[in-house]
Design a protein around this ligand. Structure first.
Ligand SMILES: C[S@@+](CC[C@H](N)C(=O)[O-])C[C@H]1O[C@@H](n2cnc3c(N)ncnc32)[C@H](O)[C@@H]1O
Length: 269
């Protein structure tokens, strides 16, 4: 992903969550962003109309992590997402967010303001997720307990050669701590949807917005499966939550979500 456009890509999901869904803390975060005026804010941004996708991935991730009972969580490319604040009701939480410096500083400032004096164990790591130094920094915050590593809206922006780099770090961490890696399914991984003009348009706009051609490079479900299996990972597929509050949730979008499944990646024993 091109670093210069990080602000824009983080903006789109918080905009959707805040304005069109009932996700906790989203409105508060968005209000702070607007006040700060340091980030791109445009109600006509080109990815408008997809709040059902961001809401579904958010709620499914939240549910799967809570069900796992794992309290040590690493969020990659956390952007301006409300996840860490939403998990703050978990006792003994050890939460680490990672993003580029510009976004992580803005996020920390906003979360500190919203949480006020409430104690929440959130660690902030700034850096490139594809570099070893960043993972060394993350490690400093970890206890010898299982971990969930997850990301939303991040994998679609990576080229396949970058998936290789990421898989190496994920493998090392899961070998050491146990647990799993979680990310959402997306239009990019469903070639059968690519005859639809809305899908093509959406991915084209993602590319334009992030200034990268990665979202347009379609990867099939089979290719992703073989990618992880070749590297000795086990894959579990979990349906996305389809009961949503989004006021942009048409029958057509529900059909799409019904065919999506989260990617839960575990290490072979
Ligand atoms: C589409 S945004 C999603 C943000 C958040 N996960 C959400 O759903 O609201 C992608 C985020 O990943 C971050 N990101 C992308 N590539 C990265 C990299 N190599 N290292 C660190 N952060 C990265 C961007 O800065 C951005 O905040």
């Amino acid at each position: 992903m091109v670093k210069g456009n990080i602000k824009n890509t983080a903006f789109t999901s918080i905009y959707e969550l805040s304005n069109y869904t009932n996700i906790n803390y989203a409105k508060k975060i968005f209000k702070e962003i607007k006040n700060k005026k340091t980030i791109f804010v445009d109600k006509n941004h080109p990815l408008r109309g997809n709040s059902f996708l961001v809401e579904s991935r958010f709620k499914t991730t939240d549910k799967l992590i809570r069900e796992s009972k794992i309290k040590q969580i690493i969020e990659l490319g956390s952007g301006l997402s409300p996840h860490s604040l939403c998990f703050s009701n978990i006792d003994d939480l050890n939460y680490t967010e990672c993003d580029y410096l510009e976004n992580i500083s803005l996020k920390k400032e906003i979360v500190d303001k919203i949480k006020n004096k409430k104690k929440i164990n959130i660690n902030y790591v700034s850096g490139n997720i594809l570099e070893a130094d960043t993972w060394t920094e993350i490690k400093k915050y970890l206890k010898d307990e299982p971990i969930v590593i997850f990301c939303e809206g991040f994998m679609q922006y990576l080229y396949l050669k970058e998936w290789n780099i990421l898989a190496k770090f994920i493998g090392e961490f899961l070998d050491h701590y146990n647990g799993f890696f979680l990310y959402e399914d997306s239009m990019k991984y469903h070639p059968e949807l690519h005859s639809k003009p809305e899908t093509i348009n959406f991915l084209k706009n993602m590319s334009l917005f992030g200034k990268t051609s990665a979202p347009k490079r379609i990867i099939s479900q089979e290719r992703i499966t073989s990618f992880w299996q070749k590297r000795k990972f086990i894959i579990d597929r979990i349906p996305m939550i389809t009961k949503l509050s989004s006021n942009e949730y048409s029958l057509e979008s529900k059909k799409m979500l019904n065919s999506f499944k989260m990617w839960k990646i575990l290490k072979k024993d």
